[in-house]
Design a protein around this ligand. Sequence first.
Ligand code: NDP
Ligand code: GDR
Length: 357
Amino acid sequence: MTELKRALITGITGQDGSYLSELLLEKGYEVHGIIRRTSTFNTDRIDHVYVDPHSEGARLFLHYGDLTDGTTLRRILEEVRPNEIYNLGAQSHVRVSFDSPEYTVDTVAMGTLRLLEAIRDYQQRTGIQVRFYQAGSSEMFGKVQEVPQKESTPFYPRSPYSCAKVYAHWQTVNYRESYDLFACNGILFNHESPRRGETFVTRKITRAVARIVGGMQKKLFLGNLDSKRDWGYAKDYVRAMWLMLQQDEPDDYVVATNETHSIREFLDLSFGYVGLDWHDYVEFDPRYLRPAEVDLLIGDCSKAQEKLGWTPSVSFSELVALMVEADLAALGLPSKQANGESPSDRAFIRQEATNTV
Ligand code: NDP
Ligand code: GDR
């Protein structure tokens, strides 16, 4: 009998961790995730794929640990003996990183280094080759140097979060070149879904739209509406992570949609989807401004297209629609599917809305 492939995921309880777990389980992997001990349950996003590990055929296993705790990372690596490691764990909120820079850097930069060191020792001691994915970010491009941004565009990080991600990126390259580690950096542009954290701007907006429709909220307070982002669908993006680790050689890839839209456009589409005008509801709160902003992100993913055969499958308007639909469904509110969509779009949106909240 051939042994199952084993994957270890840090950040398994996050948006991407949950979609990646689903993908790897579908592909027949045994999946191990590192979770943090919290005083309340934090596994909502993966509960639907979790089965009691005592039951026969269970393939998802959770381990307590933290990227700030190198001893535990080493122990988990020894226990799990993974073939692939996806480092998705992070204090991932850019605004919060200005409030907690030291913790953010400890998790994102030092956390990645701790994991790389553990892998290096493990690989040298056992001779087992581990494939490593590092969750890099378009935030590393920061202040605009070139448009669209691609793998060769210089980094100019503008937050403690993105400075830490740049460190993690270069350490990943360094371990690849120094220790023959199969290590890849994904430079992923913003990707969203109904599972997106409620404090990121897209989900904050679609959740507010549903609550306003349901009469549970009157106003939505936001910061800068002028920044532009290249927004894709998270489920597509975890597919790119997996593809990177299936290639013959390790490499770094931009993953993006090659389109950019402002927060205002996101507001137009999401409020428009339920027949409302956002100007009647949105108010400015300077609390949500950042000391330094990233004004424009638009990615060129042609390398991922050519080498990985990866393309995004969900358009900007479909993404907005599926997120609004999911937030309406979560409140038990009726669907507002807009006229003019094709039947396949409607089926897709309905399925995501009911399956993934
Ligand atoms: P989320 O914020 O949804 O999830 C972050 C995950 O990291 C959660 O599981 C969280 O656990 C975990 N985590 C936080 N701190 C620690 C720690 N100290 N030790 C171990 N785990 C920790 O992020 P996403 O799923 O959206 O993103 C995944 C990764 O990709 C992150 O590294 C992010 O920075 C990066 N990224 C994301 C993009 C996006 O648009 N979504 C774009 C580019 C990069 P808990 O649930 O307990 O809080
Ligand atoms: P970002 O995502 O910083 O791009 O990082 P976020 O959704 O937080 O902000 C996008 C843009 O919206 C503006 N904005 C607001 N943002 C938030 N969160 N809340 C508000 O009220 C608000 N009002 C306006 C922001 O100023 C910004 O310009 C995300 C994270 O997932 C990172 O981990 C990841 O690396 C990058 O995407 C790519």
